[in-house]
Design a protein around this ligand. Structure first.
Ligand code: AMP
Ligand code: ZN
Ligand code: FE
Ligand code: FE
Length: 288
């Protein structure tokens, strides 16, 4: 079995890439996808750990995109490191730095100041950019709020007073960047945006298929039976790859476990073969 959706300390996970690979070994996975938010900084360490333990590393990224007033996550897999996508990820990281500086300023003005060092504690690394979940945990540690959810509700959620926006791609841009880099584009957990109905999601899905979307997640730790049935139906109706994984983050999402999706189990090996076949097909299409 495999798990194609996991985060590390390269973004907002609490396990380092090598700790994640060690856990994958413990859970008897044969392959694990490294899908950090907007960065591939975890790849090298994961590849090295994978080589040592015999676990196949599926290199990936989870891109944040904005479409018709909503935020959607798009996964890219098996793409080249020497690519415009990788350059764009660097740009996104730099802009995130500017955006975080703005959030520190906003929070100070709101009377809930934070030092970068106390937020960084929750990132588990000395460099690289911080995310709102790290801010939220620092606010709990300071006693400003009772929970990370309260931190989001009062200060950090989109549109709330501490929030500052960051650069986001459109799904069309993201799909093109992934394909131009030789990768496969998968819509992450489409139904997890609760404000958007299945019918509205299907409209977006049709647009994205027009831009070359390869598949969507049909396995996911937080799917309800309805979500699972709907995503599966969409892959059948539109001949898409059905991918997925746990979306493991470590202690920042304590209810989510590596190698566990809504089925109670990990993802079948065949899904990785489908991703690889699609990668080959896309490469041929790109040449012609
Ligand atoms: P950032 O990339 O810094 O904008 O942080 C995005 C992350 O913050 C998301 O992946 C979620 O984990 C978390 N997040 C965003 N909005 C909320 C919210 N309203 N409630 C709880 N968590 C949120
Ligand atoms: Zn995350
Ligand atoms: Fe996501
Ligand atoms: Fe994720």
């Amino acid at each position: 079995m495999i798990d194609l959706h996991a985060h590390t300390t390269a973004s907002d996970g609490s396990f380092s890439p090598s700790e994640l690979v060690a856990l994958a070994l413990e859970r008897n996975l044969s392959a694990v996808g490294i899908t950090d938010h907007d960065t591939i900084a975890g790849w090298d360490e994961a590849f090295a750990a994978g080589e040592e333990s015999g676990i196949e590393i599926v290199p990936g990224v989870e891109l944040s995109t904005a479409y018709e007033g909503g935020r959607f996550h798009l996964l890219g897999y098996l793409f080249e490191r020497e690519s415009q996508l990788a350059i764009t990820l660097e740009e996104i990281q730099r802009e995130r730095g500017n955006r975080n500086a703005q959030m520190f300023e906003n929070l100070a003005k709101l009377g809930v100041p934070l030092e970068e060092s106390e937020v960084r504690v929750f990132a588990g690394r000395d460099e690289g950019e911080l995310g709102r979940p790290h801010f939220a945990r620092a606010m709990v540690a300071r006693g400003y709020v009772g929970s990370t959810q309260e931190a989001f509700d009062k200060y950090l959620a989109d549109g709330s007073p501490g929030y500052a926006p960051k650069k986001v791609l459109t799904p069309q841009e993201a799909i093109a960047l992934i394909h131009d880099a030789g990768g496969v584009a998968i819509w992450a957990h489409p139904p997890m945006r609760k404000k958007v109905s299945y019918d509205e999601l299907e409209e977006r899905l049709r647009d994205w298929i027009g831009w070359g979307l390869d598949g969507l997640e049909i396995y996911y730790s937080q799917y309800t039976p309805e979500d699972a049935a709907w995503t599966l139906a969409m892959t059948e109706k539109y001949h898409l790859i059905g991918s997925g994984g746990s979306d493991f983050h470590g202690i920042s999402k304590p209810d989510v476990h590596l190698a566990k999706t809504h089925t109670g189990d990990a993802v079948p090996d065949g899904v990785l073969n489908e991703l690889k076949e699609r990668r080959e097909r896309n490469a041929i299409a790109l040449k012609n």
